[in-house]
Write a protein of this length. Sequence first.
Length: 201
Amino acid sequence: MRNTNRALNRILLTLVGLVLLGTGAALIAAGTLPWAAELWTVTASSVRDHARNLAGTAPLPEPVRSWWLVLAVALPLVGAALSAAWLACQGGGKTPRLAEQSEGTAGRTVIDAGLVSTAIREALKGNTDVLSTSVSAWESRRGTALQIRLEARKGASTRELADTVEQLLRRTDAWLGHPIPALVRITSGARTQIAGSRRTK
């Protein structure tokens, strides 16, 4: 229900995990295997010498000494700033407002998500096939959307429950004056059924 790009998140997490895993494996190998420790020492010495030679190609007055040092400090700072900006652009998650409409000089009308949540729970309260109900509003790519979770009694028809919720959502749409995207998740023991996927397109 978020605006977050899940595929991109998983790719980034995978890359970070692989880097951390490789670094950890290299450190363990350097501490336990003689040839790995020798390779680590030679590589570190070579990198240090290369960095000193590179620093001399773009000198600056003391105490900075080199433009490459400025670049080495600036790159992580820029990366941190870009990461913070990217995180700020991610989905807002839950929201207390389901709908809002401006009415010019008359002000604006705000419909609280809790109102719809209470109405749906009360409508399903007398249904013996429903053990518990959870309703929340989330920010999605197409605006605010509802997420409805039902825990069905064992042996209950999830198809009938999905139809019941669909009718409630149609009444909610008619009351609001426009359709609200919704994700309905019905669980019954180890089984899970997701209904109303067409509403979240």
